[in-house]
Design a protein around this ligand. Structure first.
Ligand SMILES: [Zn+2]
Ligand SMILES: [Zn+2]
Length: 166
């Protein structure tokens, strides 16, 4: 836990603090004078270090934004740059899980109430939405003169899109 003195010392370092966008996250560098020098903060203003939302790095990000700094882009739906603080299914605290990390789904997490089940339920619902938005597995192909070259294949023709139980 940070004491008030170290907290003030860190705040004094804000002058030399560098904030930059890295992927979907903010990278905060307090400079060589601060022992835990580099922090990673997400768009929800949470730091990956144990201090979370009360980390001085979050303050550095707010200051950076107030000065007109650019925000990182919104991650695509269903992609987690960091594990969420709360389970998107039930709102209970969620925790990072290395085993569930995935190239397309981002940081893995498990729910303190529903475990990995809520992780999968969430990602299945995102997938179901995506299928609804783009029902074609292979869209139809039409020649410039209007001749249908290929009628297309709907995802629902190949896989079941039944909603996971709520
Ligand atoms: Zn931090
Ligand atoms: Zn949950």
């Amino acid at each position: 836990m940070m004491t008030n003195t170290t907290y003030t010392a860190v705040l004094g370092q804000l002058e030399t603090t560098q904030v930059r966008v890295n992927g979907y996250l903010y990278q905060v560098d307090f400079g060589p004078a601060v022992r835990s020098r580099c922090h990673t903060v997400d768009r929800q203003k949470r730091c990956t270090c144990g201090l979370g939302a009360s980390c001085p790095a979050v303050l550095a990000v707010i200051e950076y934004l107030a000065e007109g700094g650019a925000e990182p882009p919104d991650p695509p739906e269903g992609y987690f740059p960091l594990a969420p603080g709360e389970c998107p299914v039930c709102g209970a605290p969620a925790h990072f899980d290395q085993q569930l990390c995935h190239r397309k789904r981002g940081a893995g997490w498990t729910c303190s109430q529903g475990g990995a089940g809520h992780y999968w339920r969430y990602h299945f619902s995102i997938l179901a939405e995506r299928i609804k938005a783009n029902p074609w597995l292979f869209p139809p192909v039409t020649a410039p003169d209007g001749t249908v070259l290929y009628p297309g294949l709907l995802r629902s023709d190949v896989i079941s899109t039944s909603e996971p139980a709520a």
